[in-house]
Write a protein that binds this ligand. Sequence first.
Ligand code: CP
Length: 304
Amino acid sequence: MRHLMSPLDFTVEELEQLFDLANDIEHNMDKYAHACSGKKLATCFYEPSTRTRLSFESAMLNLGGSVIGFSDANSSSAAKGESVSDTIRVISCFADICAMRHPKEGAPMVAASRSAIPVINAGDGGHQHPTQTLTDLLTIRSLKGRLGNFTIGLCGDLKFGRTVHSLINALVRYQGIRFIFISPEELKVPDYITDMLKEKHIPYEEVIRLEEIMPRLDFLYMTRVQKERFFNEEDYVRLKDFYILNREKMKLAKKDMLILHPLPRVNEISVEVDDDPRAAYFRQVQYGVYVRMALILTLLEINV
Ligand code: CP
């Protein structure tokens, strides 16, 4: 039995197979409509979510399966003090596969160690968000035709943004990736990530101003400032609107640069940018459904 805790749990070759399957699903949805008939997905979300939970549920329903779960820890027995280990043993009696989001880093890993069914980490604290990374990689591969040889700017809250940490970890396995980290001093990417990049001799730069590096980017990965991870409101208020991508700044970008964002967006991308053909963040959400369908099939070892 296999779980997904980090994007690195899959080799590059396995990811290629997963993305091929996701692209086949994209173009042949009917073929997969009954693939999970009789199977149940449990979504155990101890933290708020719109995309991840609903795209998992949509993915399972598209595959002909069913969905159970909770979207709020307070509506589960966690509110009475039940441990994640006990909850997953119980969920194992009800479902065939589980997607879990938790505010505590490592909680899905604890669940996986006690589970009788595959567990998918749907985001754990500021640590990892592997299915967002699979979504990001599939979007890049589908829209650019390759995963490698590009310059990607990651902008915003690089300290707390788990999607950023997961994506960097995954991209270092491809050739010719150059990173540009754009953040205020207080929200810089953690040292363990820059140490890893130095060790692997992967080029990166850290800058504060978005405008100065815009013309060099093939992708711009925008992120919101993670309000829920701040210890005080004052710091959040000071930093929340540090970057606002607008039409004026987009004039500095390459004609084929793509903007990605894991969403939700707060103010960091002005809505006027949504009509720009380079804005790929809503297409990215759609790829999230295809890749989660492919992941469910892969972890349940269902061949169509
Ligand atoms: N990208 C993402 O994780 O969105 P949600 O928090 O809405 O699931």
